[in-house]
Design a protein around this ligand. Structure first.
Ligand SMILES: [Zn+2]
Length: 237
């Protein structure tokens, strides 16, 4: 057993360090959740992009088909007009335009077939991506739900520890408590109260003074003169 004051302070410190650990873990969760949301959004956007790509091919095909219709209509009109034309040059010019349009129609019809193939490919790619990404999104959602549950557990434990803390504070005198709180808030992350082993301070790792050793052996509240952390001896020492 350590000295009575050290026992009381150790009990409090165990609670405070656990609270700190839980709060640190809790603070990391929003970023982890944000990463999951980003992943989900990316997966959803990828599927939407694939759907749009297929839609665009379909629109291109319709556009080409309307071009073909226009050319066919023009040729029909030219054929009707040509029967009424008297001048041979004019007649030849009309036949020339009709032949040119027919060539264009032939090219556009090939383009329609190409676009139909492209559309089938795009549709296949879209379906595959949709299936894969839906599975990914479901996995992400499950992971997200786990984090939400974990955050709830952490908050619950923190609240419980904080509710129990006043009872542990009771065993520590006010002056010691004030200094302890300052050390706890310090940025070094080292617990305020550390054990001395082989006369070495557990915080700064320097040899404690003879005076400090004597104080500890008497059971008095003692600090390391170098790093100012509270120090105590275990009876086993
Ligand atoms: Zn020290």
């Amino acid at each position: 057993m350590a000295a009575r004051w050290a026992e009381a302070l150790l009990k409090l410190q165990t609670v405070d360090l656990r609270i700190r650990e839980l709060e640190t873990r809790l603070a990391l969760l929003p970023k982890e959740m944000g990463t999951l949301k980003d992943k989900r959004d990316a997966a959803v956007a990828e599927v939407a992009a694939a759907a749009n790509a297929a839609k665009k091919i379909e629109l291109d095909r319709r556009h080409v088909e309307s071009e073909i219709e226009k050319l066919n209509a023009e040729n029909k009109k030219l054929q009707q007009q040509s029967s009424m034309v008297k001048k041979n040059t004019e007649y030849q010019a009309m036949l020339g335009t009709i032949a040119l349009n027919e060539k264009k129609i032939g090219d556009l019809e090939s383009r329609v077939l190409e676009l139909m193939d492209e559309f089938e490919e795009a549709k296949k790619a879209y379906r595959k991506l949709k299936q894969n990404n839906e599975a990914a999104v479901n996995a992400i959602r499950a992971e997200f739900d786990e984090l939400v549950a974990f955050a709830g557990d952490l908050k619950k434990e923190i609240a419980q520890l904080k509710a129990e803390r006043p009872a542990d504070v009771c065993g520590v005198d006010n002056e010691t408590l004030a200094r302890y709180n300052r050390l706890l808030a310090g940025k070094d992350g080292v617990p305020p109260l550390v054990k001395v082993e082989n006369e070495i301070c557990g915080s700064c790792h320097l040899r404690v003074t003879r005076q400090a050793m004597t104080n500890m052996q008497k059971g008095a509240v003692t600090s390391c003169e170098n790093c100012m952390h509270f120090i105590y001896l275990d009876d086993a020492e």
